[in-house]
Write a protein that binds this ligand. Sequence first.
Ligand SMILES: *Cc1c(COP(=O)(O)O)cnc(C)c1O
Length: 487
Amino acid sequence: MNYVSTRDNRLKADSLNAVLNGIAPDGGLYVGSESLFSGFDAKKTVDMDYRTKACSIMSTLLPDFENMEAVVEKAYSGKFDTSEITPLVKVGNDYVLELFHGPTSAFKDVALSMLPLLITQAMAQSKQKEETVILTATSGDTGKAALEGFKDVHGTKIVVFYPYNGVSEIQKTQMVTQQGSNVLVCAVKGNFDDCQREVKKAFVNLNGKLKGTGVRLSSANSINIGRLAPQVVYYFSAYGDLVKRGDIKWGELVDFVVPTGNFGDILAGFYAKQMGLPVGKLVCACNQNNVLEDFINTGVYDRNREFYKTQSPSMDILVSSNLERLLFMASAPDSDKKVSSWMNDLADKGRFSVDDETFSFIRQSFVSYSCSEEETRAAINSCWNESHYLCDPHTAVAWHCLKLHGKNTQNKCVVLSTASAYKFPRAVLSALGYNEDLSDFEQMSKLNKITGVPIPENLKKLENAEVRFTDVVDRQNIESFVLDYLK
Ligand SMILES: *Cc1c(COP(=O)(O)O)cnc(C)c1O
């Protein structure tokens, strides 16, 4: 039993059940024990190819899984448009780690190509005959990547909720045209936080109601440890590439700048560090919704503030679920008691404040900056005009924060690029100075004409795809919507 709930360490699970359950029975998140991280030989991964690295890291974090090699092979073969999976590109004196070469052109593909296979493997090993139903709230990119990952996977169904008017036209089109016989997509009135909170609530209620019916609920949100583990791999991959190119020697610290929303991506970087990768600072890059910047700079988390809809919608979040895992790791001993009281404060008052020891633990590894809407546009523009690199608005937020952070560090810096610019052509074109009234698809081809950067195949095909899903529900009806579907 290597995993416990962040809110009660008597609630234990092995890695198979941590993946199958998604969330612990008390609403906490599953966290791995320290022994999972400590014995790992990080240096030996330098010479491995991506899949071998993935296999070695995943088996360490999820030790109960058999057939990891086959899982990794199946997850990545033929799905990414480059054999490197996550190529590292030099831009000026810095580096961009491109995480968007998967089937939906967003970084979430790296993990969501793997999660369905982990779930079916866990089902097989624990001799479960139940059907797994994935319930997911999305701020735009998770939904499509999860639908693509679970489509027609035997023994699973997937239901995705997205905030109505909270995602881009391309993101919406990607979801409502999804193929597959086991998928359902629905819009929810409200913003992403409303959507995520209500889906979490529905999850807990339905879990009770569905006991004994042959259906088991799980989540594809980054609260699932099966989502986090595959993301650890690309930090090793980026570091290994720097060593192999001779740009650093093993042991030199590298800082990673991560466009952050739900705190999953950046937490995976912290896991890599705990496993022995020479990571310097993890730079939490926030958009105008800068609740995490304030937290990392003050130790006070306060969600009582205005919610902004920005050009980087996948980061429009005021409650970052995965922060809970960092809080747990940062507040030993008695972590579970502290975390559960902070989470109660967050639920009751919308804020909590951590003690000095916890705060200084976090400050050792994390720094944070934010980027306004105007600065996002300026970053897209200058990155293209000065470095001839086209970045999407999420990556641009990180690019801006890189420039701020660069003044405070001697380490080499890697920016994580989380989406193709073609997922957000309107915002990108406008930042480059083109403000014509065109559809998103016309914007795509215009952007292509101006920059010469190729449009990913999966996005090109969308324009003529058939719309399959048109439902919109009030947030209190999420639960009944799912029940109707399962009947
Ligand atoms: C999800 C997402 C993010 C935020 O990642 P988290 O793991 O939620 O912090 C950033 N950029 C894009 C494009 C995303 O889809």
